[in-house]
Write a protein that binds this ligand. Sequence first.
Ligand SMILES: *Cc1c(COP(=O)(O)O)cnc(C)c1O
Length: 237
Amino acid sequence: MTIEKNIKDIKTDISVIKQSSNLSFPETVLLAVSKTQPPETIEKAIKAGLTEFGENRVQEAEAKWLGLQKRYPNIRLHLIGPLQTNKVKAALALFDVIQTLDRPKLADAIAKELKSWGIEESKKKTIPQFSNSSIPQFYIQVNTGEEPQKAGVIPEEADAFIDYCIKELTLPVVGLMCIPPEDQPPAPHFALLKKIADRHGLKELSMGMSEDYATAIRMGSTCIRVGRKLFGERHAS
Ligand SMILES: *Cc1c(COP(=O)(O)O)cnc(C)c1O
């Protein structure tokens, strides 16, 4: 199986789902999750036409992507794994999108770092029209299953945290992200994420992975994060 074939299959799935309903669906980004994949494999995926990539570790991403970003400046790189406050500086320099904003301490550290860049408030607020800027966009990760081992703000605290990030810190938050528990049907988790996003007028919903992207698309996902279905099974890193 080649990456070209896998991309084609996923895109076909997406369009079949969207055409089989009268509902209007948002655009869905296919985010290629390239964690544990070597740069040669990533380069093949870029040549096959993919433009958005996700990594879950800052150090691994730096090692692989500093070179790739120079050669392919139009790629958008997303952080989809937990971010420690001591890696904020490196993460903001490397990633175009950070999907795992999940706690006040992290939000404060990000706001402080951006302030040191001298980014004006007015520019942050118009971020959707500003997608070529070097200021990353943010998604807030919600731990919809309230799993203790998982990152993300719990649903009960999500409203206050979203308001804090947007209204007090004026961070360019564009949407929400979730990873449902593995042992439960994902649909209720996707529905909850959408409900919270709608309350705040947030348009972007990062939900759906290799096993459940079809459900996620039906429920309004704007970004599916696909690893194994594109690249095959991962080797332990
Ligand atoms: C690894 C990972 C994915 C991709 O998972 P697959 O099952 O390989 O598609 C998606 N999202 C996050 C946050 C991940 O860590």
